[in-house]
Design a protein around this ligand. Structure first.
Ligand code: CP
Length: 299
């Protein structure tokens, strides 16, 4: 089955194919959609809050001519009565042709895939991974940079410990020659060892050098909900706040990304600067998820 569970599963050939197909999906959107998934149903199971991932998956299925069944409030789910994920997945897999799921628990998308009769698309598993996000992140980078054929310095900034989007994107970027990764975070929320390679550069401060030389800066929210110690969160919550003055120091053709939602880590006055591409990034979720649904359903 064509599950999407981790960024590890993609080869460079897979990534090239998904990028190409996502470009074709943009054309399909402009033409008013397709009937490629006529008669097919997407089950969207979201047990953590989401705006972009759930709605872009649902939009993607609707643009492909399919339908959606959705569970987005755990208090109205039988999970609140103690149902285990294995049972939920067996049942929803019988109602639908493909499932996207977001859970609080790292690794739970893999468990879901084990019991599912239909493909599972991981929409974020706790502090683990967010592989479909990393594909739309890659799509955004591919649109603006010559990744793989020129040097590309990517700096990840913020909550790298709990930030599942950075875990997946760091893995994806290992497929491309010439990409170097800088990880910028206070020590207590630095990138976990399992995602770090020898060639990566670790910083505890966002230096002028990183700001001025990065081709891509990928900022993230401090994820209050995942901290075990609220005092630790309070100590780091304002560690990095992108101001217009800071972003103006970036290369003119650099890209400032963020998976969103943001809280206070990028000032709204940054939004109109040419480097700010996080809204475009979020919109890229629709064509990329259209291509993933189409691959999962082999249509
Ligand atoms: N980027 C992302 O996962 O956003 P949502 O939490 O709104 O889905």
């Amino acid at each position: 089955m064509n599950h999407v569970l981790t960024a590890d599963q993609f080869s460079r050939a897979d990534l090239d194919r998904i990028m190409q197909r996502s470009t074709e999906m943009e054309t399909i959107i402009k033409q008013g959609g397709s009937k490629m998934c006529d008669g097919k149903i997407l089950g969207a199971l979201f047990y953590e809050p989401s705006t972009r991932t759930r709605l872009s998956f649902e939009t993607a299925m609707l643009r492909l001519g399919g339908n959606v069944i959705s569970e987005s409030d755990v208090t109205f789910s039988s999970q609140s009565k103690g149902e285990v994920i294995e049972d939920t997945i067996r049942i929803v897999g019988g109602y639908s042709d493909v499932i996207t799921i977001r859970t609080k628990v790292k690794g739970e998308a893999k468990i879901a895939a084990h019991y599912s009769p239909v493909p599972i698309l991981n929409g974020g598993d706790g502090s683990g991974e967010h592989p479909t996000q990393s594909l739309l992140d890659l799509y955004t980078i591919v649109k603006h940079h010559k990744i793989g054929s020129e040097k590309l310095k990517v700096a990840f900034v913020g909550d790298l410990k709990y930030g599942r989007t950075v875990h997946s994107l760091a893995k994806i970027l290992r497929n491309y020659d010439g990409v170097t990764l800088d990880f910028v975070a206070p020590s207590v929320i630095q990138m976990p060892d399992e995602y770090i390679h020898e060639s990566d550069i670790i910083h505890t401060d966002l230096t002028k050098e990183v700001l001025q030389t990065a081709d891509v800066i990928y900022d993230t929210r401090m994820q209050k909900e995942r901290f075990e110690d609220i005092n630790q969160f309070n100590q780091v919550k304002n560690a990095f706040i992108f101001t217009p003055e800071m972003v103006s120091q970036m290369k003119p053709d650099a890209t400032l990304m963020h998976p969103l939602p943001r809280v206070n880590e990028i000032m709204q006055r940054v939004d109109t600067l040419p480097q700010a591409r996080y809204f475009e990034q979020a919109l890229n979720g629709v064509p990329v998820r259209m291509s993933l649904i189409a691959e999962a359903l082999a249509v």
